[in-house]
Design a protein around this ligand. Structure first.
Ligand code: GLN
Ligand code: ZN
Length: 754
């Protein structure tokens, strides 16, 4: 039995690639120095995989920015405007990734999208009718040669044509299948060249096979590969899928002359069933994704062995990760603060390699390796997660009425109007104000113990006062305190929640050079102490206007953490919801009449298959949000905020969150969402963002006025709020002040004109 992985984190143990790349961006190192760093990391990682006993070593999973972009560039999918810059290949590559502004011209970056159901983002290839898909790059070959020179025969990996062309956007009249012929020629050429270099296996990633596929798409896939695989010669081809099962295409997939098929047994709920129902051809290797490539927990060997016993009769098995290890932190070796009893349960990328190796040993020689198995059994026999009886009981005791706020939305609207006395088209912001250098320094100094808590707090209070003075001066209606005390939306709350753990170096690539360090849910979650109350209360004392309390919602906190696995996501989310509910009620008791509960990441974890949307997610995610605010007084106004307006397909569910007001990003999507809101007679009051906060550009009064009028053409005026697209933390002070001034003036002009 052999071992394999789908891919490895390229950013490096201590994010070396990130820092080198950013240095290159700042022109502190040359292109050669960056290339050298890349080579150094690749070699180090290959050697590490060899040392850990992995049999199939991937190459080509390394990237300076993104693997989908690499494949597009390899195949000449580079829009004319980037080619016209006439930059070096590396500079063109980064122009696609990040945009370019300089002597050669001015172009924006390719769009970026979430990679399936992960927090990783890929660059969306852009194709028009002039695109000439052909093999032009050499990364795959040079990387293979590089490893070969180091004595390691690797298995190059590449995104497959079906997935690549499905994920691309098309600007002309041609569609994906118009490029199949060219793709077949290009991939066939890759086969030839690799075979010539001495390559034995090529891994082609086709994760799009786990999506909902129409019969027509399945036929397209089949046709594409029938022709392509006829050209593979002696090269062995592994088709690799991940993030789910391939139920719509399984029969077609196993009938094709692949040499290996990679299936996900972790997220693929139906994978075993598919094998049982349709079998697995005995002339192919089954790359069984049994070690979770997304979580941070140790593998339960006994469970995996049971699974392997079930599937072993179907064919020759290669032990594999369920997906690329890109989605987990690099190694546990650099975590020095967390207790050993805790980290004993963790497996990051490097530790997962050891698990594959352990499993291989146990499967091939159970008696000789009984100790490995016993240790693992003993670990799982322990009480793993800290339980809190009270929390468990609270969740159990929840009943229907805990999820329903009384009275109904329309009645609440009347009492709130009476109480808050807001003008028509009320103006507000989403919460954060610019995080200037001083604001960040204040937090950093406090964390390092360089200033006292009093000094730290006084600074924040001064910033709050300044922020309120400004908001009052320009005439905003509902004020915020500015979030100067927060690093990010999840960590800030996690720090005051029992059951949360924080790592030191457990970074995961989010996109390009950006990495995130998700906190870990370790136990039952409960609120240790009030989190936001002091600053909100203080802020309210400084103004007569309503001060909006600002919280992160349970679904977003969960989605941006590493969840535990012994209880359901639903249960973890309900625990979080109860904790945030306490905070909501505390804010209310302390005189805060408007409370915003952000659900920025609600849309993110929608399952890949539409049939699972409700049963696997929305059926508990939406109620969890409702639980948070179900106990507030009718007069307390609950707001929520979502970062993307891409929720037309779940719009009824959003309305069912039963918030009083929702704000969302809308300016960049041409207010497309308004039609969907209108169509279902959306009940919640809405604040579609009237200007884009992702750019430093200051919108004019007239522009904002026009946007408001556009909104009013579609939706009733008594339901509309006027606000920016999102929080202002990444913006500078001057443009923020100018933009908000214009926003208020625009709202006033529209009010006056009605
Ligand atoms: N209240 C948060 C802020 O303004 C919301 C951020 C977000 O939606 N990502 O920063
Ligand atoms: Zn947002």
């Amino acid at each position: 039995m052999k071992t394999s992985i789908v891919g490895f984190p390229r950013v490096g143990e201590l994010r070396e690639l990130k820092f080198a790349t950013e240095k290159y961006f700042r022109k502190e190192i040359t292109a050669e120095e960056l290339e050298k760093k890349g080579k150094e990391l690749r070699t180090k990682h290959w050697q590490l995989l060899v040392d850990q006993g992995i049999d199939f070593i991937p190459s080509g999973d390394f990237s300076f920015f993104d693997a989908t972009l690499d494949t597009a560039v390899l195949l000449n999918i580079v829009p004319e405007k980037y080619q016209a810059l006439q930059l070096s290949p590396l500079e063109t590559y980064f122009a696609l990734a990040r945009g370019y502004q300089g002597e050669a011209g001015d172009v924006t970056a390719l769009a970026m999208k979430k990679w399936f159901n992960t927090n990783y983002h890929y660059m969306v290839p852009e194709i028009d009718d002039e695109t000439e898909l052909k093999l032009v790059g050499d990364k795959l070959f040079t990387n293979f040669n590089e490893a070969k020179a180091a004595g390691i025969i690797t298995r190059p990996t590449i995104i497959g044509p079906f997935t690549l062309l499905k994920l691309a956007t098309y600007h002309g009249s041609k569609q994906a299948d118009d490029f199949y012929e060219a793709a077949i020629a290009a991939y066939a050429q890759i086969f030839d060249q690799l075979a010539e270099l001495g390559c034995e296996w090529l891994q082609i990633d086709e994760p799009a096979l786990v999506l909902d596929l129409s019969p027509a798409e399945v036929q397209q896939f089949k046709g594409l590969y029938q022709t392509l695989l006829a050209k593979k010669g002696n090269l062995n081809i592994l088709v690799q899928t991940y993030f789910g099962d391939v139920r719509d295409a399984y029969q077609e997939l196993i009938a094709l002359p692949f040499d290996g098929i990679g299936l996900d047994f972790v997220e693929g709920r139906k994978t075993v069933e598919l094998l049982q129902e349709y079998g697995f051809p005995n002339d192919k290797l089954l790359f069984a994704g049994v070690v979770n490539g997304k979580n941070i927990w140790k593998n339960n060997y006994q469970e995996t062995l049971t699974l392997l016993e079930k599937i072993q009769s179907f064919g020759d098995i290669v032990l594999n990760t369920s997906c690329s290890l890109l989605h987990v932190p690099f190694t546990l070796a650099n975590e020095s603060v967390l207790a050993k009893e805790v980290t004993d349960h963790f497996a990051f990328a490097v530790e997962k390699l050891a698990e594959l190796n352990d499993l291989k040993k146990i499967v091939t020689d159970k008696e000789g390796n009984q100790r490995l198995l016993d240790t693992n059994i003993a670990l799982f026999g322990q009480q793993r997660f800290s339980r809190n009886e009270q929390v468990a009981k609270q969740v159990e005791a929840l009943s229907e009425k805990d999820f329903v706020r009384q009275p109904a939305l329309s009645e609440r609207a009347i009492v709130q109007k009476d109480k808050l006395k807001l003008p028509i088209l009320p103006t507000t912001t989403i919460g954060s104000f610019p995080q200037t250098k001083e604001v960040k320094q204040n937090r950093a100094k406090f964390k390092k113990g360089e200033i006292s808590e009093t000094e730290y707090t006084i600074f924040n209070q001064e910033k709050i006062a300044e922020c309120i003075t400004f908001q009052e001066k320009i005439g905003l209606d509902v004020l915020v305190h500015g979030e100067f005390e927060r690093n990010d939306m999840v960590e800030y709350f996690g720090e005051s929640l029992a059951g949360y753990l924080f790592t030191e170096k457990a970074w995961v690539q989010s996109y390009g050079t950006r990495c995130v360090k998700p906190p870990i849910i370790w136990g039952d979650v409960s609120r240790s102490n009030p989190i936001t109350v002091a600053y909100s209360k203080y802020a309210q004392t400084l103004t007569e206007k309503p001060m909006k309390g600002m919280l992160t919602g349970p679904v977003t906190i969960l989605n941006w953490s590493f969840p535990r696995e012994d209880i359901s996501l639903r249960e973890s989310t309900l625990q979080l919801a109860l904790a945030i509910q306490e905070e909501v009620l505390d804010l209310e008791a302390n005189g805060i009449e408007i409370i915003q509960i952000d659900e920025a990441a609600l849309r993110e974890k929608l399952p890949l298959r539409q049939t699972d949307w409700h049963s696997e997610y929305l059926d508990w995610a939406i109620p969890a949000f409702r639980l948070v605010h179900s106990k507030v007084r009718p007069t307390t106004q609950i707001h929520t905020h979502m970062c993307y307006s891409e929720f037309a397909d779940i719009i009824q569910d959003i309305d069912n969150m039963d918030a009083d007001v929702i704000s969302f990003e809308a300016s960049r999507s041409n207010l497309d969402i308004l039609d969907a809101l209108k169509a279902i007679d959306f009940q919640t009051q809405v604040g579609p963002g009237v200007y884009d906060i992702h750019s430093p550009r200051v919108p004019s009064i007239e522009e904002i006025e026009a946007t408001i009028h556009n909104i009013l053409n579609k939706l009733p005026i008594e339901k509309i709020w006027v606000n920016p697209d999102c929080g202002l933390k990444t913006r500078g002070v001057p443009e923020t002040e100018a933009s908000l001034k214009n926003l208020v003036l625009a709202a006033k002009k529209v009010r006056g004109g009605i």
